[in-house]
Design a protein around this ligand. Structure first.
Ligand SMILES: *[C@@H]1O[C@H](CO)[C@@H](O)[C@H](O)[C@H]1NC(C)=O
Ligand SMILES: *[C@@H]1O[C@H](CO)[C@@H](O)[C@H](O)[C@H]1NC(C)=O
Length: 321
């Protein structure tokens, strides 16, 4: 009984009220990736289902930017907001959200005013800017670290070639390797300097390109180093194929990331770069292994081993006690 009375009272209050109610957010954000912006404005208690009873007005700083007059079936758009539009068929269902191009969508407070016959209501929607980083901080670090690591390892390989395989390495070849190494290092340093964490920008994207694209030289350098040192072996070929695979992954990841403002293929790019560095590391270890296998153990080694054996013996004695 009480409940019924309360419900009757409530519904009469609702009917009597001349207020339209809104349920859309009052704060929306745009970022560097938005080509267009949607300012939400949605009424929950539409009743008449008659477009001729509708009037919608969007305002910015007190000036009309868009009006829809259902009675006259007329749309008026301010010259400062040429791109403003509402999907008119949606108005009857309560949705009067305004779409603006990114250029027109200045930040600030917009007012959406909706009238249905004698009922009306308004909502203020604030448009703010939200900075969205192109890659997340971890990805930024890994993208720079792996190529730098790979280059350092490459210089390490070069060191082994010049120290251990001097005979196979004529000076013009050494010179060529040094020049290529320096060019590659410069590319990656410049790229890393341009690739500053932050929003997507042409500068950022070219930095990423400068970091990733020249790493192909690492494959060539590693090939030259292997050829100079001991020629091709099946293990060396496997390392080069692995590295080339890493490069292809990284290049595909790069092209997918550069095309979009908020990349989702960061992990692909990073795993490619990681494989490139891994192949460089394997190459270095392999060269070291080959180099130490080629020459018989040198006399000075003994001198190191003897005190070591003596130490082991004394340790053994200590354990025996
Ligand atoms: C900007 O774009 C994002 C998705 O890219 C979207 O979620 C967001 O609603 C857009 N901002 C506005 C104000 O329309
Ligand atoms: C928009 O309105 C809110 C609340 O009234 C206010 O805090 C904010 O500063 C306004 N924003 C601008 C850009 O005027």
């Amino acid at each position: 009984m009480w409940r019924l009375a309360a419900m009757l009272l409530l519904s009469s209050v609702c009917r009597g009220s001349a207020q339209l109610l809104f349920d859309s957010p009052r704060l929306v954000e745009k970022n560097a990736c938005n080509h267009s912006v949607l300012l939400p404005c949605s009424v929950t208690n539409m009743e008449l289902n008659n477009i001729r009873a509708m009037f919608v007005r969007w305002k910015y700083k007190g000036k009309d930017i868009y009006t829809f007059d259902g009675f006259q079936d007329k749309v008026t758009i301010s010259s400062d907001f040429q791109s403003a539009s509402i999907f008119v068929p949606d108005i009857l269902s309560g949705n009067s959200s305004l779409r603006l191009s990114d250029e027109d969508a200045v930040l600030g407070n917009y007012t959406c005013e909706v009238t249905e016959a004698n009922r009306e209501g308004e909502i203020i929607v604030e448009l703010r800017y939200h900075v969205v980083s192109w890659f997340n901080p971890k990805e930024n670090i890994l993208i720079v670290i792996f190529p730098i690591l790979a280059i350092l390892l490459s210089w390490g390989q070069f060191g082994i070639v010049t120290l251990k395989y001097k005979a196979n390495c004529p000076s013009e070849k050494t010179f060529g390797l040094i020049i290529s190494g320096i060019i590659l290092t410069l590319f990656v340093i410049i790229g890393a300097a341009l690739f500053i964490p932050g929003e997507y920008s042409i500068k950022n994207a070219s930095g990423l390109g400068l970091i990733v694209v020249p790493t192909l030289m690492l494959v060539l350098l590693q090939y030259c180093v292997f050829m100079t040192a001991f020629g091709m072996t099946s293990f060396a070929i496997a390392i080069l194929i692995l590295q080339l695979g890493g490069y292809i992954l990284a290049a595909v990841g790069l092209s997918l990331c550069v095309m979009v403002c908020a990349p989702t293929q960061g992990p692909l790019l990073i795993s490619g770069l990681a494989i490139i560095a891994l192949a460089e590391l394997l190459g270095l270890v392999y060269m070291k292994f080959k180099a130490s296998n080629q020459k018989p153990p040198q006399p000075p080694r003994k001198a190191v081993e003897e005190p070591l054996n003596a130490f082991k013996e004394s340790k053994g004695m200590m354990n025996d006690e």
